[in-house]
Design a protein around this ligand. Structure first.
Ligand code: PEP
Ligand code: MN
Length: 342
């Protein structure tokens, strides 16, 4: 259910409607737009008495939302969500006209490794640094990440180079720490339907990057995001990272057609990860071009200065000098689309 407020509705009227909704034992989610505020309602098991809400001052109408996802839907919020990620070097803006370039190693390995990569990608204009301190690996014998020691290294990267930090939480325990150390909390493909983790991320005070599960339909992907918003965290970015298909020439099949499909249904920004989406270094640049051309709001790129020695995903990690070329090309493509990269 959605309560549409008049364009000139006052803050007090919006608050009164929210309070009324809460008194009905439901949850109110005010979504301010440029023309009007809409208030999403969740928590209802059955029909809501519309008369009560429709008669309140400032209300235009109450409309049922037919889609299974509500808060992530464009029906609830027509304009694109634009995220502001605070970093020591100023806010990084994602969505709308702004395309984010996120780069860094698959995993945090050592301080020297992270600082070496950070220094180089900074020269190419990247302002968000990625790197996993908690690695969800297929094999329990593979490198599992440095844990909190890795988060401390990421803090050093932030302090030294002014990057915003994005890193993955794999369970509620690691999320507590990631929330403390990082600027963006990543929920990985393997956890896209870890509902207790999604709910915890929904209560976090930091933005969330939610990756698409490797066999998730679009509805499942959006419903996973809905979990986070329904707990009150509206700062969510989606990320397409490839799905499993019969196609066997690449690690995953990067589903770029999902970008316009998401944009049609949802106001949330959607990024693309061509590194996991292809699994091969030489495919990262061509798929990055396509991703920006098709409307992606950002790219998540694995970069390693010594990919042959990387403890994970070396095959798909590009060199810093290749990243420099990529960043330059992305700026040119973005300009054609009247967008900017930050
Ligand atoms: C990652 O980005 O490091 C990662 C593990 O990706 P995914 O969850 O998409 O496999
Ligand atoms: Mn990886």
């Amino acid at each position: 259910m959605l309560v549409v407020m008049q364009s000139h509705a006052t803050e007090a009227q919006i608050r009164a409607v929210c309070e009324r909704i809460e008194r009905l034992g439901l949850k109110a989610h005010p979504m301010p737009g440029s023309l009007r505020t809409a208030i999403g309602i969740t928590g209802n098991k059955g029909a809501i008495d519309l008369g009560v809400l429709e008669s309140l001052p400032g209300v235009v109408e109450c409309i049922p939302v037919s889609k299974p996802y509500k808060l992530v839907s464009r029906d609830t919020k027509e304009e694109d969500t634009i995220l502001r990620i605070p970093t020591p070097s100023g806010d990084v803006i994602v969505g709308g006209q702004h395309i984010a370039l996120i780069a860094g190693p698959c995993a945090v390995e050592t301080e020297e490794q992270c600082l070496a990569i950070a220094e180089r990608i900074k020269k190419s204009g990247a302002r968000l640094f990625r790197g996993g301190a908690y690695k969800p690996r297929t094999s329990p014998y593979s490198f599992q990440g440095l844990g909190e020691a890795g988060l401390k290294i990421l803090s050093k990267v932030r302090a030294t180079h002014g990057f915003g930090i994005i890193t993955e939480a794999i369970d509620n325990e690691s999320l507590d720490l990631v929330e403390e150390y990082a600027d963006v909390i990543q929920i990985g493909a393997r956890n896209m339907q870890n509902f207790s983790l999604l709910k915890r991320a929904g209560r976090a005070k930091k933005p969330v990057l939610l990756k698409r599960g490797m066999s998730a339909t679009l509805d499942e992907f959006l419903m996973a995001a809905e979990y986070i918003l329904s707990e009150g965290n509206y700062n969510v970015m989606l990320c397409e990272r490839g799905v499993r298909t019969f196609s066997d020439f690449s690690r995953n099949t990067l589903d770029l057609a999902v970008i316009p499909a998401v944009k049609k249904r949802s106001h949330l920004p959607i990024l693309v990860d061509p590194s996991h989406g292809t699994g091969k270094r030489h495919k990262v640049l061509p798929l990055s071009r396509a991703a920006v051309a098709v409307g992606a709001d950002g790219l998540l790129i694995e970069v390693h200065h010594e990919p042959d020695k990387a403890l994970s995903d070396g095959m798909q990690s590009i060199l810093p000098e290749e990243f420099a070329v990529l960043a330059d090309e992305m700026r040119q493509i973005a300009a054609v689309l009247h967008r900017t990269i930050n």
